[in-house]
Design a protein around this ligand. Structure first.
Ligand code: CP
Ligand code: NVA
Length: 322
């Protein structure tokens, strides 16, 4: 392991083996919350929010504290970044104080700009394009319930709903990295960008997986090991609320749609969920749903990710616990 500044800006910033390494570390944190304390000191991690959050805020705050560090949480409304201070200048300042920068914002270009000027790892805590921390937690949840990290490449996952959003993009890329069979389904006009599908197909081929993009929700879910959905109206799209309901009704995850998946298929949702819209109460509150474990796994997966990034920076493979 040679010294390297690594970032997690999109799901394909890591390789197949690296994803497994992080998820296995996540399993260790699941078993023992205080498994390792790389930020003991305490060293600060800056956690910035330009959009609302409950799970990401709590899992990073608590996660950094449990890693022995100090979580410095800054909201857009109370920062100079929120008043238009350049991203580059913010990066130049934070990088001299914090040991990692975590940021939830709008454009993907913003986290890329932050990483360009940072000398510490930058983690994307959700942009309009990707939510890589969520999908690490989601894959940790599949590993938890269905045979461990080494079995992930044998799984078929289906995401149904707004297939043009950050979750859909992240399932495509992270699933391709994992070597899974990934299917995403959404209505015309709400399908993923070509460049993301092309990247996912190229990576899936390298790792023995496959990518299917379809407008047919049943085709996506057919025989799947895990079914995912997400809100039909993501943060920043609130003005489109009225036009974003009608096209999605055929993509609601209900008992009928779940019946096409494997009989023991898991159901996951990154949350917050809108019951009666993208998912029925019978599914999200039913026996196949693992959404609360999924939410808890944000904590374990992100602690593993932060530890992994710091291990690269410090050239310290002992932090990986292998
Ligand atoms: N799933 C997720 O990122 O939740 P929050 O928006 O509450 O952080
Ligand atoms: N697609 C949703 C995910 C929320 C965690 C959004 O961006 O609002």
């Amino acid at each position: 392991m040679t010294h390297q500044l690594r970032h997690m800006l999109r799901d394909d910033d890591i390789t197949h083996e690296e994803q497994k390494q992080i998820l296995k570390l996540g399993m260790k944190f699941r078993e023992n919350r205080f498994y390792s304390q790389p930020f003991a000191g305490p060293q600060a991690v800056a956690v910035l929010f330009d959009k609302n959050s409950t799970r990401t805020r709590s899992s990073f705050s608590i996660g950094v504290a449990e890693l022995g560090g100090y979580p410095l949480v800054i909201d857009k409304s109370s920062s100079q970044l929120g008043r238009g201070e350049p991203v580059a200048d913010t990066a130049r300042v934070l990088t001299r104080m914090a040991y990692t920068i975590v940021w939830r914002t709008y454009g993907q270009d913003r986290v890329e700009e932050m990483a360009k000027y940072s000398t510490v790892p930058v983690i994307n805590a959700l942009t309009d394009d990707f939510h890589p921390c969520q999908v690490l937690a989601d894959f940790l949840t599949i590993a938890q319930f269905r045979g461990g990290v080494d079995e992930l490449h044998n799984k078929t996952i289906a995401y149904v709903g707004d297939a043009a959003n950050n979750m859909s993009n992240s399932y495509l890329l992270a699933g391709a990295v994992a070597g899974m069979d990934v299917r995403v389904a959404g209505p015309q006009g709400f399908l993923p960008r070509k460049d993301i599908v092309d990247d996912a197909k190229r990576i899936a081929e390298q790792n023995g997986g496959s990518i299917l993009v379809t407008t047919d929700p049943r085709e996506a879910v057919d025989g799947a090991d895990c079914v995912f959905t997400d809100t039909w109206v993501s943060m920043g799209e609130e003005a489109e609320y009225a036009i974003r309901s009608k096209p999605f009704w055929d993509y609601q995850v209900n008992d009928k749609l779940m019946s096409y998946a494997k009989p023991d298929a898991l159901f996951q949702h990154c949350l917050p969920a809108y019951r009666g819209k993208e998912v029925t109460p019978s599914v999200i509150d039913g026996p196949q749903s693992v959404v609360w474990d999924e939410a808890e796994n944000r904590l374990h997966a992100q602690k593993a990710l932060m530890t992994w990034l710091i291990a690269w920076q410090r050239e310290d493979p002992s932090l990986l616990g292998e």
